[in-house]
Design a protein. Structure first.
Length: 291
């Protein structure tokens, strides 16, 4: 009503009072700033937004301020507000919004830096509010668009996410990585991806069986021997399998002597494996005797 009668000064006084009394109610701040924008007093609108931001409001408040600057065609001002926004609210969502903004305005270098900064800032925060696979999915999709001549760029991001997050939180990321590699990857890349998938399967099975299922260990060992990519990795699986064996004095009371005997075969397989590596120089007779 006040605005209809052009009582601008009185309307400003009312907004000043209500925003002072109820600074956490975003709707009053927004209506105040929007009134100034309608009056084309953009400097006054900015002052309102700046007062609002001092209360460290929610994401929506920052986004409204950014949208205002974009309506004013002030790209650099909007960019500066985005930088302040992500310094105040450090979430995957805030950083990806910044990155999308930079990409939309043709600055792929800054967009990539936004994704990288998000990873560097949140990589150690594995809480639900911290790092998520959504960051790496959006980052990789960006690299697919921005670096079309370099398929390895997106692949590196997918791999970074898989290495950073716990396996149980990377299902969607792994699916997208697999689809991408089928389209862009080499045969070696695809084989490595399948190897990682099998490793995860065996790790899950071992976790579910408390690590004492000999058949799983043997299958895991055969995987590493036949298509694994390093002797060190294969040795690690052998050592873990041996460490998981129940000693005879523990196996006997539980009626599990047969289980211990089967673990003995793993020792024999291990020695044979080391012997097979002598010719390639990856093992020595002393190493075989040690096993």
């Amino acid at each position: 009503m006040e605005m209809k009668h052009k009582f601008v000064a009185h309307a400003r006084n009312l907004f000043d009072r209500v925003t002072s009394l109820l600074p956490r109610h975003d709707q009053f701040w927004y209506k105040y700033a929007y009134m100034e924008e309608l009056l084309m007093d953009y400097a006054a609108a900015r002052k309102v937004y700046e007062r609002w931001m001092q209360w460290q409001p929610s994401d929506n408040a920052w986004l409204q301020y950014i949208k205002f600057e974009l309506r004013c065609h002030e790209i650099e001002r909007a960019r500066a507000i985005y930088e302040r926004y992500v310094s105040q609210i450090q979430t995957v969502m805030s950083f990806t919004r910044l990155a999308k903004f930079e990409e939309m305005h043709g600055n792929n270098v800054r967009a990539r830096a936004g994704y990288q900064t998000c990873h560097d800032t949140l990589k150690d925060d594995l809480s639900p509010e911290g790092i998520t696979e959504d960051l790496y999915i959006k980052w990789a999709e960006f690299e697919e668009r921005a670096a079309r001549d370099d398929p390895s760029a997106a692949a590196k991001v997918y791999k970074l996410g898989i290495d950073t997050l716990p396996p149980e939180r990377t299902a969607s990321l792994r699916d997208k990585y697999a689809k991408y590699m089928k389209q862009k990857g080499t045969r070696t890349d695809i084989e490595r991806l399948l190897l990682e998938k099998c490793r995860l399967k065996y790790e899950k099975q071992l976790s579910d069986s408390d690590g004492v299922d000999v058949d799983i260990w043997i299958n895991y060992i055969l995987l590493e021997e036949n298509i694994g990519d390093s002797a060190a990795q294969c040795r690690e699986v052998y050592e873990r399998a041996i460490a998981a064996a129940l000693p005879p004095e523990q196996a006997a009371p539980k009626g599990r002597k047969d289980l211990y005997r089967r673990y003995v075969y793993i020792w024999l397989f291990y020695a044979n494996y080391e012997e097979s590596l002598i010719q390639s120089g990856e093992s020595t007779p002393d190493r075989v005797r040690e096993v």
